[in-house]
Design a protein around this ligand. Structure first.
Ligand code: ATP
Length: 241
């Protein structure tokens, strides 16, 4: 699709001597929230790594905002939050973000903006090492928001957060999408799937579905997305490709 934020075709990745992403292809439209859902170990992080250009791939193509994944112009267009926060425990939230803003050449004024966006203004002067798990994941997300990237790739950003914070973060994702940002968000919690505009469902390195939540429910005649996922799994088991 010419206007896609991300185009993946025939992607294969080997890790630890085995194929962990196996012939995956899809397009991610711009300005919407796409959820990447699937059980632990199915290949979500590996696929996200291929999209941000830090994963050696065995085959296929990954095009991001019109460039091959990993191309230098993409560095300032993509915000990537990894699953394990990569911020320094002995700096405060503000100091950490100032540091990353410098590295990313984002404007200094971004620091206060992103801290407010993730709801950490009251904790801005705390050492990141003394933050709770949920506060730390929000600080990690704040790094990805520096420089106003066009594409946000977020690896399980809500893991370990209580329902209220999860809800607030999804509110932020929706706000960002409404302002034109494209979000690709991974999760292994099916109840988050319903919050996405589109879903990519993965299992064992393969893509089971690329659809809207509503259409997925309709075509599997399922009452919820967890059931839809299970029905898709059974379909693939009955008709092996
Ligand atoms: N550094 C590595 N070396 C070898 N194999 C790896 C490595 N990292 C991941 N794998 C394997 O690749 C497969 C896909 O892992 P990946 O982390 O992409 O899954 P995931 O869906 O993101 O899982 P989770 O939801 O638990 O984060 C798994 O079988 C995993 O064991």
């Amino acid at each position: 699709m010419a206007n896609s934020a991300i185009s993946v075709a025939g992607l294969r990745v080997r890790r630890g001597g085995r194929v962990v992403v196996d012939g995956v292809g899809f397009d991610v439209p711009r300005g919407v929230v796409t959820g990447l859902l699937g059980p632990s170990g199915c290949g979500k992080t590996t696929l996200l790594r291929a999209i941000v250009g830090v994963q050696i791939v065995a085959g296929g193509t990954v095009t991001v905002l019109g460039h091959p994944a990993g191309a230098p112009p993409l560095r300032r267009l993509i915000g990537y939050a990894t699953q394990s926060p990569a911020i320094y425990a002995d700096l405060t939230v503000t100091e950490s973000l100032r540091y990353f803003a410098d590295v990313l050449r984002a404007p200094k004024s971004d620091v206060d903006r992103v801290i407010a966006e993730v709801g950490l203004t009251d904790h801005a002067d705390k050492l990141t090492g003394s933050l709770s798990g949920g506060q730390l994941s929000r600080a990690n997300l704040a790094v990805a928001l520096l420089g106003k990237p066009e594409l946000l790739v977020l690896d399980e950003p809500t893991v370990g957060l209580d329902p209220v914070l999860r809800d607030e973060l999804w509110g932020l994702f929706r706000k960002l999408a409404a302002s034109g940002v494209t979000l690709l968000v991974s999760s292994h919690v099916m109840d988050e799937a319903a919050r996405c505009d589109r879903l990519l469902l993965m299992r064992d390195g393969k893509l089971l579905a690329d659809d809207t939540p509503q259409h997925l429910r309709e075509r599997t005649e399922a009452t919820d997305l967890e059931q839809a996922f299970l029905r898709l799994v059974r379909e693939t088991e009955v008709t092996p490709s």
